[in-house]
Design a protein around this ligand. Structure first.
Ligand SMILES: [Zn+2]
Length: 274
């Protein structure tokens, strides 16, 4: 029997390190990076370029996916299940991979894949301290109401993803960003074992330094804009701690008000070590 394509689906909130995680995982020779496939139609309408240098419509991976729905502008998860699965199948075929990382993060799309016998779903729930997430969002969102909404979404998404997992038997791995950056090499090894792929840590020079090949990457905005702009080929992974600075106290207080005490279940504490 032919093996089903496997999707390592990164769930959780934006601004949690999912672009970096997808880059690290896809250095494995058998794992392709599908970026945030859910946004591919929206990105086309915004004129986005792929990290391979081509316009999305001309990209070897995204061109065939986009040609399935030439005038579509909606997010993938809003389309009928057969249209969504067709997009995944075409993307898999274009990458020639049997395993792909998808950083779409939408719970609805995760549920759709969970109910699709055509794919083997591995749900990787990436969780980051919601105060750090809020400070990161505050740098790209000027509007306080939108920021509050993002904080409420952080809680709502975690509740929904946990509900999705409970009693489902789905392959599921919760992962804190803070644990990932503390020991990325060991974390990637753990994910490879969990996802049933042959261990390969050859990209790592040390526990926290990895060489990054962009040859097989097809990422596009809204993947992390700094990562896309810098296209680093060697990265030193370290926890981003700028969110703890005094100037972000107001944003942290807002995130604390909305996300705590719920966030304590992931080991986050009210003290931020200032
Ligand atoms: Zn491309």
């Amino acid at each position: 029997m032919r093996q089903k394509p496997k999707v390592i689906y990164v769930a959780g909130s934006g601004r949690s390190g999912s672009t970096m995680l997808s880059l690290l995982l896809s250095q494995h020779p058998r794992i392709a990076n599908l970026g945030q496939i859910r946004d591919v139609f929206l990105a086309r309408s915004n004129g986005a370029r792929c990290s391979c240098g081509a316009l999305l419509g001309d990209c070897a991976v995204w061109g065939p996916v986009l040609s399935l729905r030439p005038s579509e502008t909606h997010r993938l998860g809003t389309l009928p299940q057969d249209a969504v699965l067709a997009a995944y199948c075409v993307a898999f075929k274009a990458t020639a991979a049997r395993v792909a990382v998808d950083s779409s993060k939408s719970v609805d799309l995760c549920r759709l894949l969970q109910n699709a016998p055509e794919v083997d779903l591995y749900c990787l729930n990436l969780i980051r301290d919601p105060r750090a997430v809020a400070v990161s969002w505050s740098k790209v969102l000027g509007n306080q109401d939108l920021l509050r909404k993002r904080c409420r979404n952080w809680v709502a998404r975690q509740k929904r993803i946990e509900q999705l997992e409970q009693g489902s038997g789905m392959h599921y791995l919760p992962l804190r960003y803070e644990d990932l950056v503390r020991d990325p090499k060991a974390t990637v090894a753990r994910i490879q074992t969990w996802a049933g792929v042959t261990p390969d840590l050859s990209a790592f020079e040390s526990t926290t330094v990895a060489r990054i090949s962009w040859d097989h990457q097809h990422l596009f905005a809204p993947a992390n804009e700094t990562v896309l702009r810098e296209r680093a080929t060697r990265i030193q992974i370290a926890e981003a701690v700028a969110w703890k600075a005094a100037k972000h106290a107001q944003v942290r207080a807002m995130a604390t008000e909305i996300c705590f005490p719920f966030a304590k279940r992931y080991g986050y504490r009210l003290e931020v070590g200032l």
